[in-house]
Design a protein around this ligand. Sequence first.
Ligand code: IMP
Ligand code: MG
Length: 185
Amino acid sequence: MLRRTGLHNDVAKVLVSEEELRDKTRELGKLLTKEYKGLDPIFVCVLKGSVHFFSDLVREFEDYCEIDFLSSSAYGDGTVNTGVVKIIKDLDKNITNRHVILVEDIMDSGVTLNYLTNMLAARNPASLKIVTLLDKPERRRCAIQPDYCGFIVPDEFVVGYGLDYAQLYRNLPYVGVLKTELIEK
Ligand code: IMP
Ligand code: MG
């Protein structure tokens, strides 16, 4: 990483503040509680990026639910999707006849979620929906849309609240744009 100057100082601007993240997570939690009441859904955390959003969201879900984790990778340490999706850790649970809610940090090209939803749909869940904290619809390369979305963001590389650049910045409590001089071309 080139010329880093301190965790917060590396951020050019904050796109989504801590307060906005809290309010939106609460709103989505309420909505999901209404829609999934009595269905004992399984919330699936797509590691690692959605870790904070997932943890905040499931605690706003006010009914019985289970949680599970999936880890895939589409990116190296750069900012461009290679188009290759690798499953690093599959679900522990059998999802057949269960209501599944995939929780993502961001939808960019859509390649990752297109692959993951096809893979999970083949296991015959009762339903399968996507909730993403952030969406960059301008960059979509697959015909896939989130069922629930927190915020639409512009076509800029964002970090924080789980999202990384070269595995750093996941611990920022807000979502921000990195200073361009820090991104290796
Ligand atoms: P997609 O397959 O191109 O939709 O990319 C999905 C994954 O790429 C996300 O789950 C993120 O982990 C990562 N990603 C996409 N855009 C960004 C970004 O702006 N910042 C950090 N990670 C990103
Ligand atoms: Mg992700």
